[in-house]
Design a protein around this ligand. Structure first.
Ligand code: FES
Length: 115
């Protein structure tokens, strides 16, 4: 079980349990299930409306994630990541703090999601 806390200055923080490891549960799907008003549109990693900032809540090192080419392109277009950032993340096998909620699969880690 992972604990995912959704945070936005306009709303009260909400922490939900996520069943991690299904390989299908995206952050956006989890948000929708719990009626979190996270912006989204295409739900296919194209529009960038669902961009979120993800961090660890327990100071544990976050699990590495592979960003798809499509997600990298959108995050670069949004100005969240540079080409150098992306190369460094890949080299160090580190997760990006910026993600598209519709592309991020929930894993077994406790995270804070700012939207
Ligand atoms: Fe469009 Fe996620 S909803 S990129």
């Amino acid at each position: 079980m992972a604990l995912v806390t959704f945070s936005n200055p306009e709303y009260k923080d909400k922490t939900v349990y996520a069943v991690a490891g299904s390989h299908t549960e995206t952050l956006l799907k989890l948000a929708k299930e719990h009626k979190i008003p996270l912006h989204h549109d295409c739900q296919d990693g194209e529009c960038g409306n669902c961009v979120v900032r993800v961090s660890s809540v327990d100071n544990k090192q976050r699990m590495g994630y592979h960003l798809t080419e499509k997600e990298q392109t959108v995050l670069r277009h949004l100005g969240k990541l540079t080409k150098d950032d992306i190369e460094k993340l890949a080299l160090d096998d580190m997760p990006s703090e910026w993600r598209l909620a519709c592309q991020m699969i929930v894993r077994d880690e406790d995270i804070l999601v700012e939207y």
